[in-house]
Design a protein around this ligand. Structure first.
Ligand SMILES: Cc1cc2nc3c(=O)[nH]c(=O)nc-3n(C[C@H](O)[C@H](O)[C@H](O)COP(=O)(O)O)c2cc1C
Length: 194
């Protein structure tokens, strides 16, 4: 695979991740997708780093969750990420690609699975999400899944950005930058009014 050039917004994002590293919530962001009825669906997910040599943001999800049907219906999505220490927000507009058991890129899917804690892997063996609550405690104590074989409902999500809006509240007045990907796959940046 040809290495993707580091997008212009990677440096300010890396800086934010570094300066906010003492706050665990800096590694969570909100991911919005589109429901079949047109309404937005928004939820918090964990940032799982960038796919090597690309600008794709990685996340994981249970394939049984509703976001997966939404993504299959429309890959359009937005990420909203607030860093409270440095008081800055990044909004990424783009598309999601789902990597499931029958997709290419199994090596990354496996790698991310292996990097998870046992507790995180176990959640993929829990009963069906959003179904009526199962009260029997044993249902949530399944056998420990194998480290070397992701459960079939383990999904990796890759987010490709086309626009990034970076707002920094610090500063008098505030700073806001707009990054855009052009037809030639080159990023440009413009300073805009907050
Ligand atoms: C702090 C936090 C982190 C979360 N991380 C993830 C995650 O990485 N992946 C995920 O699918 N859900 C994660 N969730 C749960 C989602 O917010 C959501 O409840 C779940 O994915 C079901 O959403 P859906 O029905 O829209 O698919 C997290 C929730 C919280 C509060």
């Amino acid at each position: 695979m040809e290495a993707e050039k580091l997008a212009l917004w990677r440096a300010p994002l890396a800086r934010a991740l570094h300066l906010n590293r003492s706050l665990p919530q800096s590694r969570y962001f909100q991911l919005a997708t589109i429901r079949q009825n047109g309404y937005p669906a928004n939820r918090t997910v964990v940032y799982r780093g960038f796919r090597d040599q690309t600008n794709q943001i990685q996340m994981i999800s249970d394939l049984r969750s509703e976001k997966i049907q939404q993504i299959n219906n429309s890959p359009l999505a937005e990420i909203c990420w607030y860093f409270s220490q440095t008081r800055e927000q990044f909004r990424f507009t783009g598309t999601l690609t789902l990597i499931s058991a029958d997709s290419n890129l199994q090596s990354i899917r496996l790698q991310i699975w292996q990097q998870l804690s046992n507790a995180a892997r176990l959640q993929f063996a829990w009963p069906e999400p959003k179904q009526p609550r199962i009260e029997a405690k044993e249902a949530f104590l399944p056998p420990t899944p194998s480290v070397n074989e992701p459960l079939p409902n383990f999904g990796l999500l890759l987010f490709d950005s086309i626009e990034v809006d970076h707002l920094e509240l610090r500063g008098e007045p505030q700073n806001r930058s707009h990054y855009q990907l052009d037809q030639q796959h080159e990023w440009s940046v413009k300073s805009i009014n907050p």
